[in-house]
Design a protein around this ligand. Sequence first.
Ligand SMILES: [Zn+2]
Length: 118
Amino acid sequence: MNKQLIYLIQLSDLDTQLTELNMERVKLKEKEIGFKLHAKEKEIEKLRTNIRSKIDNDMLIKYDKILERYKYRAVTQVVDGVCYGCFMELPTEFISIENKNERLIHCPNCRRILFWID
Ligand SMILES: [Zn+2]
């Protein structure tokens, strides 16, 4: 698998966790937010900064645009020919692409970055 793609998957996972933490925060009242939540968020931010420094700038720009639109899961898995971001079946020509994980392929419907697990 393309190294940049691996970093993007990791980054997407962290951003999804941050979004979940923010949702948790909305549910709780500000004074009830525990130390644990803050500590977790800080840790995620640290990892996130580190991973972002390893990703090419043009890819980060694309990634950020997708994240801005959807708030989470900017990089998503394809399962049985279906994009797990928007749950649309991908056109059949996607099945025959060789070494799919060696480059960045976007879902033609939602534009999320796709990866395949055998
Ligand atoms: Zn999609």
